[in-house]
Design a protein around this ligand. Structure first.
Ligand code: IPM
Ligand code: MN
Length: 344
């Protein structure tokens, strides 16, 4: 029998509720001979208030031995902005070298898009996950004076760009439309932008079958709304990817459906799967959160671990559920319905 070591970090707010449903569906999807050993880690606002810690070294060490991590949501109004984000979520992404932040933008049949007409949306954003303005490279001068200065310097390495760009080309080559769009702002951010553009063109020579395109990020936001069909695979930097994937969620049925994977393709460290949404403290504990984004993140986790058929089953269950949605269901009712479809 096979076994799967899964770390679970429910985190804050609705994280607890949605992760419980994700685990239900995971259990329903896995073949009977696969034993899941889950270890739950109580990280987030509670631990921070209790001990002042965000990610103890001992936990980081233990996480290294897991096959994958399922994370709910991080962030709470009682903790100053940035503490948990930097000290926990981004720390995990950086420590485990999650350089591929994979975020599908897919409009499932039956889901209403706020966009006019009946758009066919099916793309995937490959967001760089370990560089850009997220590295914390900056500082402040003359704090509190009228002359205060703050810098936030974006880090872009040829190594970092090349590996995410090559990954995106591979993904594009494996899809029917074989189209890859680079999104940047190389008319203004000329230093980083030209490096991205040059590497994008160089790596592209290895993939003659892939059609390429370039868009400035501001223009890309227009096309996300007016012509989302034009996108297949998108590759972009950490911050542009963050912003674009919230927009992607908004046009594909909302943040309650948007899944993501923080992937380390080498397998040297566990990859981490999480809904794109946050902890939503305003509705936490009320059974109102839609667990679908977490369930779709579980599908990505299964796919990543090689359970391809099981991943497809979970996605099919979600598609069938979305096609028939009506009325209001609680978080656990949605989870139960999805688990039942997966087992049935
Ligand atoms: C996301 C979130 C995070 C990010 C924050 C919470 C650090 O917005 O996963 O998209 O900016 O990456
Ligand atoms: Mn975000």
């Amino acid at each position: 029998s096979r076994s799967l070591r899964l770390a679970v970090i429910p985190g804050d707010g609705i994280g607890q509720e949605v992760v419980a449903e994700g685990l239900k569906v995971l259990a329903a999807a896995l073949p009977a001979d696969v034993k899941v050993e889950t270890t739950e880690y109580d990280l987030g606002a509670r631990l921070y208030h209790r001990t002042g810690e965000t990610l103890p070294d001992s936990v980081l060490e233990e996480l290294k031995n897991q096959d994958a991590i399922l994370l709910g949501a991080i962030g709470d109004p009682s903790v100053p902005s940035g503490v948990l984000e930097r000290g926990l979520l981004l720390k995990l992404r950086f420590a485990f070298d999650h350089h591929i932040n994979l975020r599908p933008g897919k409009l499932f049949p039956g889901v209403k898009s706020p966009l006019a007409g009946d758009p066919k949306i099916d793309f995937v954003v490959v967001r760089e996950g370990t560089e850009g303005p997220y590295v914390g490279n900056g500082g402040t001068l003359r704090t509190g004076t009228p002359q205060e200065v703050a810098t936030e310097v974006s880090l872009n390495t040829a190594f970092g760009i090349e590996r995410v760009v090559r990954d995106a080309y591979r993904r594009a080559a494996a899809r029917p439309r074989k189209k890859l769009t680079l999104v940047h702002k190389n008319n203004v951010l000329v230093h980083a932008g030209h490096l991205w553009t040059r590497i994008f063109e160089q790596v592209g020579r290895e993939f003659p079958e892939v059609t390429t395109d370039y868009l400035h990020v501001d223009a890309a936001t227009i096309f996300f709304v007016t012509q989302p069909e034009r996108f297949d695979v998108i590759v972009t930097d950490n911050l542009f990817g963050d912003i674009l994937t919230d927009l992607a969620a908004a046009v594909t049925g909302g943040i309650g459906l948007a899944a993501s994977g923080n992937i380390n393709p080498s397998g040297d460290f566990p990859s981490m799967f999480e809904p794109v949404h946050g902890s939503a403290p305003d509705i936490a504990g009320q059974g109102k959160a839609d667990p679908t984004a977490t369930v779709l993140s579980v599908a990505m986790l299964l796919e990543h671990l090689g359970f391809t058929a099981e991943a497809a089953k979970v996605e099919a269950a979600v598609a069938a559920d979305l096609a028939e949605r009506s009325g209001t269901r609680s978080t656990s009712q949605v989870g139960d319905a999805l688990a039942a479809r997966v087992s049935g």
